[in-house]
Design a binder for this molecule. Structure first.
Ligand code: SAM
Length: 297
């Protein structure tokens, strides 16, 4: 299904995964006590319409969010949003004013977090994904809370150069995020992302990674087959590589960063939503995810 130079927009292939995590954030925000509130997530789903909007109104109970990812997928996304929102607050308090969101998708943090004056948020993703976000939010009168700069690039290409060409200064501290990205890259490209971050980040910089260990090969194949046989016209397992270059905390520790990681299941327990990853409702991914953050020494 994937090729080395494949491409997409917001409703196709890997682009549509930005919509399904936005849909989960919108559903989390509807809960009485949400783990995180992204007020823009719903706008994106409604702008696309069809089944993405139906999902928010609970008219598509068999939608892949539950059918493929398990009934805890919404809590999973709420928890990861909360973890990385907190990470950004701490990193901004440290004085860094350059923020780089790799595979930004429909991440709305450049519009919804209270960034200190002078913060530049670089968002890297495919051109049509970034354009959809900008146009949708502009149409609703939303304005960024920082100097938001789009870098339309494929993260398998020379993105460090594109970043520098757009004003990024490696001599000043920076704050990085790769959320919902690693799964969609082969192991060699994952390592190039880590190397690119390390190369451009000076001492005192922060990075955060949503790390996914490969799921059991037999389970992976079963998921692929179920997906191919399914009537649901969306894919996930056909889009991921199920590879990992290295555990992110170990890679960054070995390259001079102070890294800490927490399993998603542990974090869910810590925020009051314990999930047993071995139950079918958890889906195949929840037990594979860790949330990692690191500071460069
Ligand atoms: N980080 C966002 C979030 O958590 O809401 C989006 C995550 S979404 C699951 C995956 C995103 O990765 C999509 O927006 C997709 O376009 C982007 N992406 C994946 N591979 C990419 C690549 N090679 N180059 C640029 N963007 C990529």
């Amino acid at each position: 299904m994937r090729t080395d130079d494949d491409s997409w927009d917001i409703v196709t292939s890997v682009g549509s995964t930005a919509l399904f995590v936005a849909a989960a954030r919108a559903l989390e925000a509807q809960k009485p006590e949400p783990l995180a509130v992204d007020p823009y997530a719903e706008l994106f789903c409604r702008a696309v319409g069809g089944r993405w909007a139906d999902l928010l109104d609970d008219r598509a109970p068999d939608h892949k969010l539950q059918a493929t990812f398990g009934s805890y997928f919404v809590s999973f996304q709420g928890a990861r949003t909360r973890y990385f929102d907190n990470y950004f607050r701490v990193a901004a308090d440290s004085g860094a004013r350059q923020v780089v969101i790799l595979a930004a998708g429909l991440d709305s943090r450049a519009y919804r977090l209270a960034w200190p004056d002078g913060t530049v948020v670089y968002e890297l993703d495919k051109p049509q994904v970034l354009e959809f976000k900008r146009m949708t939010l502009a149409g609703q009168g939303a304005t960024p809370t920082a100097d938001r700069r789009e870098i339309a690039v494929d993260l398998r290409d020379d993105w460090p150069r594109a970043l520098r060409d757009n004003g990024f200064d490696p001599a000043r501290p920076s704050v990085w995020l790769a959320e919902g990205l690693m799964l969609y890259l082969p192991a060699a490209a994952q390592e190039r992302v880590f190397t690119g971050i390390d190369m451009l980040a000076c001492s005192g910089s922060h990075t955060a990674i949503e790390d996914a260990m490969p799921i059991d090969e037999k389970v992976f194949r079963e998921c692929l087959e179920a997906e191919r046989a399914s009537e649901v016209n969306e894919v996930f397992f056909q889009l991921i590589y199920n590879e990992r270059c290295a555990p992110a905390d170990e890679w960054f520790t070995a390259h001079g960063w102070k890294a800490t990681g927490i399993r998603l299941t542990e974090y869910l327990s810590a925020v009051g939503h314990p999930i047993d990853p071995s139950t079918p409702e958890a889906g195949p991914m929840i037990g594979a995810i860790s949330l990692v953050s690191a500071v460069k020494r």
